[in-house]
Design a protein around this ligand. Structure first.
Ligand code: FES
Length: 543
């Protein structure tokens, strides 16, 4: 390694867990940022050790990155346990990497700083601003409707991702890096800095310096976490109109700290928390605009009366101290509480005989006219069946129908992929239909929009009531009453239950089998049952 004894003797060893990979365009700058972190560690008198960990590249991984979130969490925990690390800096940001890295680090409970990859620059196509994910779906629908040609579609592809960094809408990546910052794991403002801004290098360097101080202060991951810090994170997700994926990841993160966050936590806070961030897919702007408008510290300051400002953070100061000098520079991007985008209810938890353990809808990204709706169910048994039938001209569907996808949950798919934004049937697209009520036990990309009811729980694969729904049944949605029901009698459901048979899991061995045997349901965060809690694990012995 070319180090002399004095380089490391008596110095804190800082593990830099890096999810850089050629397969992950969102992290293509993280090799470089690791050098910034190392520089900071050296400058503060520490000894940096970069350790690569598996990346979770949202756009490429089969069947879905969600299936591997827990594997990265295990890898992070065991890297930190099995190597001599005194503290760690986590480099990630593409959707599942953030919760995975943090879950592992919370379980290991060393001093920890999270360096978010940062959002990419705004997209551009023929003078129009493009947003990740949301505009992919929008223009893909136009392509399927025949209103744009292949040449235009390729131009859109080439214009939508202009730089390194994560999706620049308020999708899962920006939601979860914001969560990391609100929980206290990142330096103030870190999550809003665009990936290729010079301030991103500085933030990485300062994180390297700070982690060394944290080791000497013995400020560990779980020292900054509390029920209140998680409630702050839930409130921030709601004010950001963040991704529905946070509803799965936050209970899992809390579970690693021995803290319980449930769907009821989201439901209660959603009734009183205004949506303040005017960001796509719910609003108008992108992350670059959010950064220039003051970023997350400014939004948290606007939300301050609803937060517990006494929570500790990696700075060694409180959340309140960190945001004390924050300012908003554009009140259309970051709204004042008396001029919100929505007064409350950005995300709503639904229950009813279709989802006794809950389901979630992102109201801010749904069509207001569909929030109270009754329609005939069109039921797809699997993703493949949906793809085979959805554009069939003979499909008996109209704009009032409710599209239903099952066997798409944590065990059924498996991995609970982001299939919940079911495509609108082509024949309806051609008649101008752009949104319908859709119901599934899967997730939806945080960058997507539409009246999509997600995470129906328990999932159909384990016998949740969604398994009993039949084509032609009437499904009733009432968001104001927080209800999702199928209008089928108890007697009929019981008859259907008697003839329902579970499917076989598809993995005879390997990680897939471990996953199927131990993954929790969506309302509990989809962690593995044996990874939850704070039971101490003995240090491995050295032989
Ligand atoms: Fe990586 Fe969206 S694909 S953040």
């Amino acid at each position: 390694m070319g180090c002399i004894h004095a380089d490391y003797e008596g110095k804190p060893a800082i593990a830099i867990i890096n999810t850089w990979s050629d397969i992950n365009p969102c992290h293509s700058h993280l090799r470089e940022r690791a050098e910034d972190v190392k520089r900071g560690v050296w400058q503060a008198g520490g000894f940096p050790l970069e350790m690569p960990a598996m990346t979770l590249a949202e756009t490429f991984q089969k069947p879905t990155t969600m299936m591997y979130r827990n594997l990265l969490a295990m890898e992070t925990e065991e890297l930190l346990r099995s190597y001599p690390a005194d503290g760690c800096v986590l480099l990630g940001g593409c959707d599942k990497t953030t919760p995975a890295l943090l879950m592992g680090a919370i379980s290991m409970n060393l001093p920890t700083i999270f360096v978010p990859a940062g959002p990419m620059l705004r997209g551009n196509w023929r003078g129009q601003i493009l947003g990740s994910g949301a505009d992919v779906m929008k223009y893909w629908a136009e392509r399927r409707a025949g209103t744009i040609d292949r040449e235009a579609w390729i131009e859109i592809e080439e214009g939508i991702a202009r730089s390194a960094g994560t999706c620049m809408t308020m999708g899962t990546a920006s939601t979860m890096t914001s969560v990391a910052e609100v929980l206290g794991f990142s330096l103030p403002g870190a999550s809003s800095i665009p990936a290729v801004d010079a301030n991103h290098h500085k933030m990485a360097n300062l994180s390297g310096r700070r982690i060394v101080e944290m080791v000497w202060e013995d400020l560990k991951a779980r020292d900054i976490l509390s029920k209140a810090s998680f409630e702050n994170a839930v409130a921030a997700v709601l004010a950001l109109s963040g991704s529905t994926n946070a509803v799965v990841h936050l209970p899992a993160l809390a579970g690693r700290a021995g803290i319980k966050i449930t769907l009821d936590t989201f439901d209660a806070l959603s009734r009183t928390t205004p949506v303040l961030a005017n960001l796509r897919p719910s609003g108008k702007y992108l992350m670059e605009d959010f950064y220039y408008a003051g970023g997350l510290p400014a939004l948290l300051k606007a939300l301050a009366s609803r937060l517990d400002l006494s929570c500790r953070t990696v700075t060694g100061r409180t959340l309140g101290d960190n945001i004390a000098n924050a300012q908003t520079y554009n009140f259309d991007v970051i709204r004042a509480p008396d001029r919100p985008l929505l007064p409350s209810g950005g995300l709503v938890i639904l229950r009813g005989n279709l989802a006794p353990k809950g389901a979630v809808i992102k109201v801010a990204a749904a069509s207001p006219n569909l929030l109270r709706h009754r329609g005939r169910a069109i039921v797809f048994e699997s993703y493949d069946e949906m793809n085979a039938r959805i554009d069939d001209p003979a499909l008996d569907v109209d704009a009032h129908s409710v599209l239903v996808l099952r066997n798409a949950g944590p065990k059924g798919a498996p991995g609970m992929p982001e299939w919940g934004n079911l495509p609108i049937p082509q024949k309806l697209l051609k008649h101008g239909v752009r949104d319908m009520v859709r119901v599934s036990d899967s997730r939806m990309s945080g960058t997507n929009y539409g009246t999509c009811i997600l995470h129906v729980c328990p999932e159909s694969f384990v016998g949740g009531p969604l398994a009993l729904l039949r084509e032609g049944d009437i499904v009733e949605l009432d968001v104001e009453q927080r209800q999702l029901n199928m209008l089928v009698s108890v007697e009929e459901l019981s008859r259907r239950r008697q003839v329902w048979h579970p499917r076989e899991g598809i993995y005879p061995r390997g990680y897939g089998r471990l996953y199927l045997e131990h993954v929790r349901q969506a309302d509990e965060g989809c962690d593995f049952d044996f990874l939850e809690g704070i039971e101490p694990i003995p240090e491995p012995e050295i032989h």
